[in-house]
Design a protein around this ligand. Structure first.
Ligand code: PRX
Length: 644
């Protein structure tokens, strides 16, 4: 008999609230926290940082602001790996990580805090032996395997800056990130398993590292490929040989801990800089309050470590709170669509965090693949990455949560380091499609393009006001101008999120990006990045990429190409789509490419993507007066109709 599970929500009127059972166990339940924090947010964060983390030296100043930069806990010292692991060693046998490999004939592995400590120390020594010092950048190009976590934490132990690159990204994308960070070491694996097949990762890694600053490539043996050459080191061999203790490097709170590249409005991804103390504070408290994570809980965040969600909620947040994190290597539906749900049953997952795109995928399958599993261990369900529609929300709530678990719709960004807008489980309410309130001690406003507050309920730009959240980015790596232009140009004294939003009964509802950034299956991509990749092909004269709404993936890129040479047709379309795979990765592959004679442009040569977007969704395009070539619009419209 399947267990029913505790009911963590109750319905009051049209809304869901935490039940008495949830309130009894929740880390925070008093809504007064919002007003208390707002009275003195700097003191509030100072108190949280002290209570939540272990510091080796107190800070002199809690917050200092010289816009566009700001500092948290200035003068304070701490080590991040000590906070994630060493301080939980009173119970060394406690499981830190459950790793589930994709192949069914391989057994899941549990790594205790004690073992993790040992491996991190050893790998930190491996890095040191290979010349890595505090402040050096280490590139990590790994799949979802325990060594990824070990490598990342080992970097933080010695104060090296990690730069993790999504393993499905192409060689060129990795190379650009290695070059920007001037990484000395690249940590990768020979491959990984995806949908039953071993994928070769090393080939891409080798190609990317050529003619860069990379001196050594440390390779995890995952699929049994032999690696030879002076440049290569075997991850496990090196670990075996290393000394078992590495003294943690005490870092300034403000020292950079990691870089993570993300897409903006230009073709070149930017290195978002995250610091140590502020990031750790936010990762810790958002895990504790937003996911109501307790040390005895198992949290499974399905995001890949190549994305910020993977950093903060698949790795760091759960460890900072002393809980257990679950990491799964492979495809969600391998060998069958029941895989994820069986994992929740087998490992008694309490907090499950995924993206709307995954929810939409599972809504479509035979529901028995889900309902046959016991999901009664679940307490909190989270969603992130794109707006979730009501139908998907309700399905997630009923089918996965058994109408028992709150859904926490977390809004945040690579730049914010941790979740910033959502409902807190112990407080509520849980409203479909609505994210909720800003985290206590943080304030967002909805404004017009001049920064003036919008009337209540009207859609506007979402901006954050001072004091800025501790987990916020501390710049764009080696690019002050880009930092200023992207986040501070529009509102000067407020952080520009580039998202649209409106207030619904005092809660924030996110409407999506207001710039040329797409969210494809939850993955962030600039239209310009895809355009650049296509443009590189010698047959292409001009190109514009726009997102089109998609039932499954949220948005998909659609390309409009003007050819310089060659013949338009299915064959060339396939070729160009493959080309994007090679340049960026399959995530960025356009769903369709339309070959057109001309692109709608203004007198100054700006492509009017807005018009292309309207044509794709069969809306009447506006602003044709500003075009130098208004006749292009009808021609494109006909091509879309004929080829759809
Ligand atoms: O547009 C917002 C959307 O994702 C963007 C940030 O993407 P990325 O840096 O890849 O980080 C994703 C995971 C933190 C935002 O600017 N977004 C994120 N969460 C939500 C969301 N849109 C609506 N609802 C959300 N909960």
């Amino acid at each position: 008999m399947k267990k029913r599970g505790i009911k963590y929500v109750v319905k009051k009127g049209n809304q869901f609230y935490p039940s008495e059972e949830l309130k009894k166990i929740a880390n925070i339940t008093d809504p007064k926290i919002y007003t208390q924090a707002a009275k003195d947010p700097i003191k509030f964060w100072g108190d949280l940082a002290k209570e939540g983390l272990t510091w080796s030296k107190d800070w002199d100043k809690t917050y200092e602001e010289k816009l566009p930069y700001f500092k948290w806990f200035k003068g304070g010292k701490l080590n991040f790996s000590v906070n994630c692991v060493d301080r939980h060693l009173a119970h060394p046998e406690k499981t830190a990580l459950i790793w589930v490999p994709e192949p069914k004939d391989e057994k899941p592995i549990k790594i205790s805090y004690g073992e993790l400590h040992n491996k991190i120390n050893k790998f930190a020594n491996v890095l040191k032996t290979n010349g890595i010092k505090k402040g050096d950048v280490v590139s990590i190009y790994l799949p979802m395997i325990p060594q990824a976590l070990i490598a990342m934490l080992a970097c933080t132990r010695i104060g090296a800056i990690h730069s993790v690159v999504f393993s499905a990204f192409a060689s060129d994308a990795l190379k650009a990130r290695i070059q920007d960070g001037k990484a000395k070491i690249l940590i990768t694996s020979d491959g990984y398993y995806r949908r039953g097949k071993p994928e070769n990762l090393l080939k891409k890694a080798k190609k990317a590292a050529k003619r860069t600053t990379v001196q050594k490539i440390i390779v995890v043996n995952r699929i049994g490929k032999k690696v030879r050459g002076r440049k290569f080191l075997d991850f496990d061999d090196e670990l075996e040989k290393a000394e078992s203790y590495c003294k943690p490097e005490m870092m300034n709170s403000e020292d950079t801990m990691f870089l993570l590249y993300t897409s903006g409005t230009t073709g070149k991804p930017k290195g978002v800089v995250h610091d140590t103390g502020g990031y750790a504070t936010q990762a810790y408290w958002t895990c504790k309050w937003n996911f109501d994570l307790h040390p005895e809980d198992v949290m499974w965040c399905t995001a890949d470590i190549g994305w910020v969600t993977g950093h903060t909620y698949a790795m760091y947040g759960p460890l900072l709170t002393g809980a257990t994190t679950l990491v799964y290597e492979g495809g969600p539906d391998f060998p069958n669509p029941g895989r994820w749900w069986k994992i929740i049953q087998d490992h008694k997952v309490n907090v499950f965090y995924t993206a709307p795109t995954a929810v939409r995928m599972f809504m479509k399958i035979k529901q028995n693949w889900i309902t046959k599993y016991d999901l009664s261990s679940l307490k909190i369900l989270g969603t992130v990455g794109e707006p979730i529609d009501k139908k998907s929300w309700m399905w997630y709530f009923k089918t996965i949560g058994g109408s028992r678990c709150p859904i926490i719709d977390t809004w945040w960004q690579t730049e914010t380091g941790g979740t910033l807008i959502n409902t807190i489980p112990g407080i509520g309410p849980f409203v479909p499609t609505v994210s909720g309130k800003s985290f206590p001690g943080i304030k967002h406003v909805i404004v017009d393009d001049k920064g003036k507050p919008m009337p209540k309920g009207r859609q506007g730009f979402l901006a954050q006001t001072s004091p800025f959240a501790p987990g916020m980015l501390h710049g764009v790596f080696n690019n002050h101008k880009k930092y200023v232009d992207t986040y501070w140009k529009k509102f000067k004294t407020m952080y520009d999120t580039s998202d649209g939003a409106y207030l619904q009964d005092g809660l924030i509802r996110i409407t999506g990006r207001t710039d040329d950034v797409m969210k494809v299956a939850g993955h962030r991509l600039a239209t310009a990045e895809v355009e650049n990749a296509i443009h590189d092909n010698r047959k292409v004269g001009d190109v514009a990429v726009v997102p089109m709404p998609d039932k499954m993936r949220g948005q998909v890129p659609i390309a409009f190409v003007v050819l310089k040479r060659g013949k338009p047709g299915k064959k060339l379309e396939q070729k160009l789509r493959k080309y994007v795979d090679i340049k960026i990765g399959p995530t960025a592959r356009p769903a369709r490419i339309f070959f057109v004679p001309d692109l709608p442009k203004t007198r100054s040569g700006k492509i009017m993507r807005r018009i292309l977007k309207a044509l794709l969704i069969n809306e009447k395009p506006e602003g044709l007066m500003t075009l130098v070539n208004p006749t292009s619009v009808d021609k494109i419209k006909n091509i879309i109709t004929e080829n759809s």
